[in-house]
Design a protein around this ligand. Structure first.
Ligand code: NAP
Length: 486
């Protein structure tokens, strides 16, 4: 292991069921490697369907006491958890970088971002209000109360191994739910580490359960078929999300789906070009292009097309790609060889169809899973890079002439997560933001996400919202109590 922790207790490799840190039933483990150099980070338990079933039973048993606590009691525990996460930010970031690859400064940012949801929902836990609705009959009163949905199952991806889980566990616990989580197989240690701190914060046994395992269909199959589970919250790819929604239909579970994206960033010729370039750099290349809200299609108005590309390339040439654990690294590796192959396939096919690599265009030289930061000029809507989520450090730049053309191109996708635009024209800001078929629109800003905003998509990018005052709703039922004969 090429990193040292101040708190070595955080490097947990066992699963968590009913407050016990346990091995897999068959004692098997899965190796977790650093994608920058292939180094073994740890061997983590390889659990499956049987362990998931026991975790669900534990969550069911823990539910009455946890949901029976006052909102202040739950809030206090979440506050303590937030404090512990922030006190261990450096260690949690080192673990995250070791298993995921992103540079340490980005990993530290992710820990703080994930923690912000814990803090936010600790506060929101105390603001779950009901309603009194005037009745149609004189002798009645209609009361509406909110109650936790019950046992929740959560499945999360590898690109934000801490934050994607924190923003599911925190609202679930705030609402009074208990939860069983399956982290991605590439990055399970970050999930186990925050669960360790939750235990230290006083979260009772069975309230949070973590099931790492390589057999995702077995774990997901139990989560989606078990009638005890009342809700599935999933972040990941659209095809897996669709499959899980189908599986949930048999027991009519509620679902929240944070799925894939194909974000356009539209740069109009009246934009502040410095701000637009900065916004494009952040939103395209953060986490080496592996975020669901990454700009996937850079769309630039004809009058500034050449200048924009030249200036963007000058900035990209300053990147320092390497091992995220090393000082000075600005951009890390991709998660797996498969990811590198996928990005290489998209770039090769764009070049074969007439795109031009202004910078990059090939795999990295280092031993890990690297792809060179790449800008593709002369990109066309007929290319695969227009239609598919790239999930790598590749910016295809498309040219457009009019607002109508920009909107039509931006909406020409089955996805609808995030979109961005840069312009100083107020009329255009209104018309284009309203016309974009996306759950989130950033105007002259690409770093749009925080705990206070409703994060989520439309179309095949999913349903439900995480964070904000809306985020708790997804974990609560609305119940009518009708008082009659008054
Ligand atoms: P993925 O293949 O869908 O995996 C996500 C999670 O689903 C992992 O834990 C994976 O487990 C699990 N999984 C895979 N097949 C399963 C099955 N049959 N049953 C149950 N679970 C299953 O997605 P990914 O490629 O790792 O993640 C990237 C995707 O996530 C991108 O499309 C990205 O846009 C999306 N994403 C969306 C958001 C958002 O908020 N909208 C945020 C981040 C990422 P294993 O790891 O064990 O395979």
């Amino acid at each position: 292991m090429a990193f040292a922790l101040q708190n070595s207790q955080l490097l947990v490799t066992k699963g968590l069921i009913n407050g016990q840190w346990v091995d897999a039933d068959d004692s098997t483990t899965v190796p977790v490697h650093n994608p920058a150099n292939g180094e073994l980070v740890a061997e983590v338990v390889n659990m499956g369907g049987a362990e998931t079933k026991r975790a669900i039973e534990a969550a069911e048993a823990a539910f009455p006491a946890w949901s029976g606590k006052s909102s202040k009691e739950r809030s206090d525990i979440l506050e303590k958890w937030f404090d512990l996460v922030m006190a261990n930010q450096d260690d949690l970031a080192a673990i995250l970088t070791a298993e995921q690859g992103k540079p340490l400064f980005e990993a530290k940012g992710e820990i703080a971002y994930g923690a912000s949801y814990i803090k936010w929902f600790a506060e929101e836990a105390r603001r779950v209000y009901g309603d009194i609705i005037p009745a149609a009959q004189k002798d009645r009163r209609n009361l509406v109360i909110k109650q936790p949905v019950g046992v929740v199952a959560a499945i999360t991806p590898w690109n934000f191994p801490n934050a994607m889980l924190a923003r599911k566990i925190a609202p679930a616990l705030a609402a009074g739910c208990t939860i069983v989580c399956k982290p991605a197989i590439e990055t399970p240690i970050s999930a186990l580490a925050i669960a360790k701190l939750a235990e230290e914060a006083g979260v009772p046994a069975g309230v949070i359960n973590i099931i790492p395992g390589a057999d995702a269909p077995a774990i997901g199959g139990e989560m989606t078929s078990n009638p005890v589970v009342k809700k599935l919250t999933f972040t990941g790819s659209t095809p897996v999300g669709k499959l899980l929604m189908k599986q949930c239909a048999d027991t009519v579970k509620r679902t929240s789906m944070e799925l894939g994206g194909n974000a356009p960033i539209i740069i109009f010729d009246d934009a502040d070009l410095d701000a637009a370039i900065n916004g494009a750099l952040i939103s395209k290349f953060r986490n080496s292009g592996q975020t669901c809200i990454c700009s996937n299609r850079v769309m630039v108005q004809a009058g500034i097309y050449d200048e924009f590309i030249e200036r963007l390339a000058a900035e990209v040439s300053k990147f320092n790609v390497g091992n995220g654990l090393e000082e000075g690294t600005t951009h890390g590796p991709l998660i797996t060889e498969k990811a590198v192959n996928n990005v290489a396939g998209l770039v090769d096919s764009a070049i074969a169809d007439g795109a031009r690599a202004v910078i990059g265009g090939a795999r990295g030289d280092a031993a890990g899973f690297f792809f060179q930061p790449t800008i593709l000029a002369d990109a066309k809507p007929s290319m695969r890079v227009f239609k598919e989520e790239i999930f790598g450090p590749v910016a295809p730049v498309f040219k457009f002439e009019t607002d109508e053309e920009a909107v039509a191109m931006a909406n020409d996708t089955e996805f609808g997560l995030a979109a961005y635009m840069y312009t100083n024209n107020l009329k255009r800001i209104w018309h284009v933001s309203e016309a974009l078929e996306y759950g989130m629109v950033g105007v002259n800003e690409t770093a749009i996400s925080s705990e206070v905003i409703p994060f989520g998509g439309v179309k095949e990018s999913g349903q439900g919202r995480e964070g904000s005052k809306y985020g708790l709703e997804d974990y609560m039922e609305t119940k009518l109590i009708c008082l009659g004969g008054l």
